[in-house]
Ligand binder design. Structure first.
Ligand code: ZN
Length: 106
């Protein structure tokens, strides 16, 4: 799962599940074969919508340094609880990690 890599707290993931439930019920039964990939995609997009809306953090308040984010994205560093909690509730950090993980930011 991506959650561990993103450093998200379990409580936050549960809240995403609840908020994302409405859109997930719209799926057709024929899509069940793709459920796992689809579900993860939906959870990510739901998570991103919620984060963008609730935690835009335009001034990057409390953000870890770019070097720290890179280490988190590459899973080279042990993420402390404070940073993990922040990254799960900070839109710019989520975007940075996403870009770092997809290799677009070097
Ligand atoms: Zn941040």
């Amino acid at each position: 799962m991506v959650w561990g890599v993103l450093g998200l707290s379990p409580a936050y993931i549960v809240s995403i599940n609840v908020r994302g439930h409405k859109s997930m019920t719209k799926r057709k039964r024929s899509e069940q074969n793709h459920d796992n990939a689809h579900l993860e995609k939906e959870l990510i997009s739901a998570f991103e919508r919620v984060t963008a809306r609730d935690h835009p953090n335009p001034n990057r308040v409390g953000c870890p340094s770019p070097a720290q984010l890179k280490q988190i994205a590459e899973a080279k560093a042990t993420i402390n609880a404070e940073i993990a909690d922040h990254v799960g509730k900070c839109w710019p950090c989520v975007q940075d990690l996403k870009q770092l993980r997809s290799g677009k930011m070097k």
